[in-house]
Design a protein around this ligand. Structure first.
Ligand SMILES: CC(C)(COP(=O)(O)OP(=O)(O)OC[C@H]1O[C@@H](n2cnc3c(N)ncnc32)[C@H](O)[C@@H]1OP(=O)(O)O)[C@@H](O)C(=O)NCCC(=O)NCCS
Length: 354
């Protein structure tokens, strides 16, 4: 018998469940909201169920069926939730599933724990693919999957049945090579623009345009950036900032031009972090948010003399539509039609076995 390993993250320890976790499992997983968006967590969660579930985990691990971890907070040892891999096919694939207790939601715990489990899946277990799914009505889980760099692989309509309702299911997956390429960038935290970050945001913008003769004053160039709320946010657009630890490393937004059309603007990634997946993560999130808000065409202008940037947009499905100028800088214009497939959406989830 090989014991279930322990994985460490910045704030969490992922370890094997113990029978003395049962009371906390029953309290947290017994919340109807946890059962509501998972497939086989029972409700009501009766006495003895947690013990039975925990007792099955080591045998499942021994038989290579899967692995389940208790997610615990390092600061005080509190049980935060559960995460694991089920339906494991050795050397091939497994399904990721998780739940986090309601008092601990929206603090990044699920994402942090999932990152550790993906690393374990691809490095220690040698898997090639990790997939997962969530009810379409569970956007928080979808957000977690997108933050992990997973790709939306489809929607299965009425594929699941919960509380006697038919439910649509969103499918997600990530391959080992995609994870490897983007692993670092997945630690980036994206937030909507806040005025408190104006100065670092302007500094990031200025460092990105260093070396260009713009043919306009700094004030003219930065007019939209000193009025992000008006130009982007209040006009049904979006503007996001990306952080790694406390450092602002990415920015970008879209400005609505008409109901279905928006312009992607001010995509900037810190110079030392370019080419590592941060731009892809930012672009995917902006495209998804644009699609969700009814935008079907995204266009943009980018400097012609930057071949890597041009290649980046081509790779993401943008078509060249023309040439123009931004002040004195010659630009290439791109456009992309958004569709549901192209705009990665949500994830899905676990069963009682996770
Ligand atoms: C889904 C779940 C695991 C997420 O756990 P978590 O620790 O809160 O996740 P994180 O904090 O890492 O990330 C949640 C993200 O969803 C976002 N989010 C939360 N509610 C949302 C909503 N209604 N719509 C869109 N996004 C939402 C959060 O803002 C956060 O994104 P951000 O970091 O960009 O701000 C947790 O809600 C849960 O256990 N739900 C019940 C069980 C379940 O659904 N399990 C998954 C089944 S597929």
């Amino acid at each position: 018998m090989k014991p279930i390993p322990t994985l460490e993250t910045e704030r969490l320890t992922l370890r094997a469940f113990r029978l003395d976790d049962a009371a906390a499992v029953q309290r947290l997983a017994g919340d109807r909201l946890i059962a509501d968006t998972t497939l086989s967590i029972p409700h009501p969660y009766e006495d003895g169920m947690a013990q039975e579930w925990i007792a099955q985990q080591q045998p499942d691990f021994d038989q290579c069926k899967g692995v389940t971890f208790a997610v615990t907070r390092k600061a005080d040892g509190a049980l935060v939730g559960a995460i694991g891999l089920v339906g494991m096919a050795a050397g091939h694939k497994a399904e990721l599933g998780y739940w986090i207790g309601r008092p601990f939601w929206n603090q990044g715990f699920c994402t942090e724990a999932s990152e550790a489990v993906l690393r374990y899946a691809f490095t220690d277990l040698g898997l090639m693919r990790v997939h997962c799914a969530h009810f379409s009505r569970n956007p928080a889980s979808g957000r977690v999957m997108r933050k992990l760099g997973m790709q939306h692989e489809g929607t299965r309509r009425w594929h699941l049945r919960k509380w006697d309702q038919f439910e649509d299911s969103e499918l997600y997956g990530i391959l080992k090579n995609e994870w490897k390429r983007g692993a670092k960038s997945h630690s980036m935290r994206l937030i909507r623009y806040q005025a408190a970050y104006r100065e670092p945001m302007l500094a990031l913008h200025r460092s990105a345009i260093e070396g260009f003769t713009l043919g306009m004053s700094q004030q003219e160039d930065e007019a939209d950036l000193v009025a992000v709320e008006d130009v982007y946010l209040r006009s049904r657009g979006e503007f996001l900032l990306g952080f790694v630890s406390e450092r602002l490393v990415a920015m970008g937004g879209f400005k609505r031009l008409s109901d279905g059309v928006a312009e992607l603007r001010r995509m900037r990634i810190a110079r030392d972090l370019q080419g590592q997946g941060y731009g892809t993560l930012m672009l995917r999130e902006l495209e998804w948010r644009a699609f969700q808000s009814g935008i079907r065409t995204l266009c943009l202008d980018t400097a012609r003399r930057r071949p890597l940037t041009l290649e980046f947009y081509r790779k993401h499905g943008y078509q060249e539509t023309g040439r123009s100028f931004y002040g004195a800088v010659e630009t290439v214009q791109f456009s992309k039609t958004l569709d549901e497939r192209g705009c990665e959406r949500k994830c899905l989830g676990p069963t009682q076995s996770v």
